[in-house]
Design a protein around this ligand. Structure first.
Ligand code: GAR
Length: 194
């Protein structure tokens, strides 16, 4: 059977991109990453994709007059590449309707908090500063809102009194790197990527 084709969207380091590639290489995720989309030409994830031979579409949003314009281009590329699932992995940009409509139900995101708590930027800092004793990670479908789509999976991280913000970030990332590939595999097994 044809493997599910994933497009990973990222803006930064790409540790979740790495975790997905690693799960594929280990055989725990039955898919292929056939595209990286990145909105920051200098992001580390761009280098990583180059090294792995993942084709990429890297763009600078400032070069486009409107979001619709770069999103139309992305839709064209996703269709051309026959992408089954769009995986947002630290893509720090709201998805507009140009991209959302043709891929409704096929775009998922990972967020470093237990949504609906702490949506938006710096969710880890928000949770840390709020003094909550439990935070975690959420994988959810993407809708037009900011981190508001239907929740698919969550996992928790306990925050101890001694923990620094950096330690919390490390714990959250460990959970992300396990939860995201596992959740993608579940969606693929359920046939939600076709
Ligand atoms: C991840 O922690 C992800 O959950 C977060 O950005 C980080 C990207 O790290 N995403 C959001 O905050 C989205 N609202 P990475 O580039 O190392 O994968």
């Amino acid at each position: 059977m044809r493997k599910a084709k994933l497009a990973v969207f990222a803006s930064g380091t790409g540790s979740n991109y790495d975790a997905i590639i690693e799960a594929i290489n280990k055989g725990t995720l039955d898919a292929e990453v056939t595209l990286l989309v990145c909105d920051r030409p200098k992001a580390r994830v761009v280098e990583k994709a180059k090294r792995n031979g993942t084709p990429s579409f890297v763009f600078d949003p400032k070069q486009y007059a409107k979001k619709e314009m770069f999103e139309s281009k992305i839709v064209e590329i996703l269709k051309e590449a026959e992408i089954d699932l769009v995986i947002l992995a630290g893509y720090m940009r709201l998805i507009g309707k140009t991209l959302l409509q043709p891929f409704e139900g096929k775009i998922i995101n990972i967020h470093p908090s237990l949504l609906p708590s702490f949506p938006g930027l710096d969710a880890i800092g928000q949770a840390f500063n709020a003094g909550v004793k439990v935070s975690g990670v959420t994988v959810h479908y993407v809708d037009a809102g900011m981190d508001t789509g239907k929740i698919i999976a969550q996992d928790i991280v306990n925050i101890t009194d001694e923990m620094t913000r950096e330690e919390l970030q490390n714990e959250i990332q460990k959970v992300e790197h396990k939860l995201y590939p596992e959740t993608i595999q579940k969606l693929i097994s359920r046939g939600e990527s076709s």
